[in-house]
Ligand binder design. Structure first.
Ligand SMILES: [Zn+2]
Length: 538
């Protein structure tokens, strides 16, 4: 009898130890996903995809990005570092570098080579521009590098930034249809990746038409299939179904797959292969897999938030999630994985659509903005002082200013007055305004958190709400307004209670919450605000 009791006590102890951490953490980012899509498309979702996460997980329905600019690179970096561009340094997808006079791409690295695609430049990437640690880095350190970390996405930046500095691998999709990587991670692609690439999964997807998944009446949450607010995908004659993918592919390259829902499918296929081949979640040491689904962003940019194409992309992603969750249940075990789903930014309404419905907003062309700024400079000082305008940042030519005996403070204040007279401008902030920000000015606070002194401009422009610097079809993002900041956040699985809160949360709370869940150190740049709702100790 005593022996039996002892046996069960030991068993309980083992289980207790086993439950200290999940076997696998899966971070899912859906590129450009607005919170409202979870509600708008809810009736058309299955019960086992998004709805399973919503019903059985914990929903933070009022989660926001807390800085500007709300772009993909900064978004992924902020989710995983638990801090904002002012600290982690990813201040855009690309940004102007004053010392070289050229643009920096967020994950570019000229010191590494492509793995898996010959001489292509698509793999010359690494996390070297990311200045702070990620939650995945901290897991690596906490497990003496025994926990595996792998990052996957259709986009290089969507794979590299989440996986951090110590990742085993990051893989992204290339325009030849392969998943590639760089010599930053290893000297050759793992065999399973080469095998997957040789199977040419992309060809299977591109050999079909893209038709609506469900009967057209299902799509009554969207505008009619043919509407003037949609752009055309890769030379399609009309923005309508069915899309002939084979033709799109033959006229371009396998990169077109990204702009269809099947880009998400091939990524999920690859993710399941990664779990199997790398034995993720198999032993007691926690592994971390990051997956960023970006077809939603490509489709959103071209066709806009109210297109049937976008709705169809979400309905298909819902099915992909069903498949992925079933796979995890079976291969990692229902109670052994902790999953979260969020987005790297949301997106605006199409401006022409708003205008046609009598809201007085407009599209602005960055090229026109620059031309007008140069004109103002020439008229005021007899010389062009504009070095660069990008990501709402204006850079002045300080060398020219010196030779023309112009004071930087005076120039800034002249441009500020000029800009404030423009119909699209809400506010203009100088570097001094931004650095002196006390937190009382709501939008200045967003700009402050997105501003890295060493890398940002002399002035930052805040456009009016509803105005976007983008062409008239499709949509974009980048602002601190709620349509760009409000994203889904759901935690699900290992030690996550069911529930929902509408308390305002910010994106930088994800990483420190994971630190507390996993009992590992915080990422080094975080303010360590946590989501108490899902922690065991309240
Ligand atoms: Zn994005």
């Amino acid at each position: 009898m005593k022996k039996i009791v002892l046996f069960f006590a030991l068993l309980a102890l083992c289980n207790l130890n086993a439950q200290k951490r999940p076997k696998l953490v899966i971070g899912i980012v859906v590129d450009q996903m607005k919170m409202e899509y979870l509600y708008r498309f809810q009736d058309d979702f299955s019960t086992n995809g998004f709805k399973r996460l919503m019903n059985d997980g914990y929903v933070f329905s009022n989660t926001h990005f807390n800085y500007m600019p709300t772009y993909t690179g900064p978004g992924h970096a902020s989710i995983y570092t638990g801090t904002t561009p002012s600290v982690h340094g990813i201040v855009g997808n690309d940004w102007f570098n004053r010392s070289t006079g050229k643009d920096i791409y967020c994950t570019e690295d000229e010191n590494v080579k492509t793995l898996g695609d010959g001489d292509s430049k698509e793999g010359e990437m690494s996390p070297k521009n990311l200045q702070s640690t990620t939650i995945t880095d901290e897991l690596k350190l906490a497990t003496n590098f025994k926990g595996k970390v792998i990052g996957l996405s259709l986009k290089d930046r969507g794979a590299i930034l989440p996986a951090g500095h110590f990742a085993n691998w990051a893989f992204w999709y290339s325009k030849t249809g392969s998943f590639i990587s760089s010599t930053f991670y290893g000297s050759k692609l793992p065999d399973w990746v080469t095998t997957f690439n040789n199977e040419k999964h992309y060809a299977t997807y591109l050999n079909q038409n893209w038709n609506l998944l469900k009967p057209i009446e299902t799509y009554n949450e969207s505008l009619p299939d043919d509407n003037p607010y949609e752009g055309k995908l890769y030379g399609a004659k009309t923005p309508t179904f069915p899309y002939n993918l084979k033709e799109m592919y033959e006229k371009n390259d396998a990169g077109v797959l990204r702009s269809t829902p099947f880009g998400n499918n091939i990524l999920a296929d690859f993710a399941m292969k990664a779990i199997e081949s790398e034995a993720l979640g198999k032993d007691e040491i926690t592994d971390f897999l990051t997956i960023s689904f970006s077809s939603t962003d490509y489709v959103g940019h071209v066709l806009g938030p109210r297109s049937m194409e976008l709705q169809d992309t979400y309905l298909r992603l819902d099915q992909t999630l069903v498949e992925l969750l079933n796979y995890l249940d079976k291969n990692v075990g229902k109670d052994n994985y902790l999953l979260f789903l969020t987005a790297d930014h949301a997106g605006a309404e199409n401006v022409s659509y708003l205008k046609d419905n009598k809201y007085n907003v407009k599209n602005i062309s960055p090229r026109e903005i620059v031309a007008n700024l140069k004109k103002f400079s020439n008229e005021t000082y007899g010389t062009d002082l504009i070095l660069n305008y990008s990501n709402f940042n204006l850079f002045f030519d300080k060398g020219k200013m010196k030779t023309s005996n112009l004071e930087l403070t005076k120039v800034k204040s002249d441009f500020k007055s000029y800009l404030l007279q423009q119909d699209y401008v809400k506010r203009v902030y100088t570097e001094e305004d931004i650095l002196a920000s006390t937190g009382n000015d709501f939008y200045l606070n967003f700009i402050n958190k997105g501003y890295d002194v060493a890398q940002n401009g002399d002035l930052v422009i805040l456009d009016k709400p509803g105005f976007i610097e983008y062409p008239s079809t499709g949509t974009s993002h980048g602002t601190p307004y709620s349509y760009d900041t409000h994203v889904p956040l759901i935690f699900y699985g290992w030690n996550i209670p069911k529930g929902e809160t509408a308390d305002r949360k910010v994106i930088t709370e994800i990483a420190p919450t994971l630190s507390q869940k996993l009992k590992i150190p915080f990422t080094n740049g975080t303010e360590a605000e946590v989501l108490l709702e899902i922690l065991d100790i309240k």
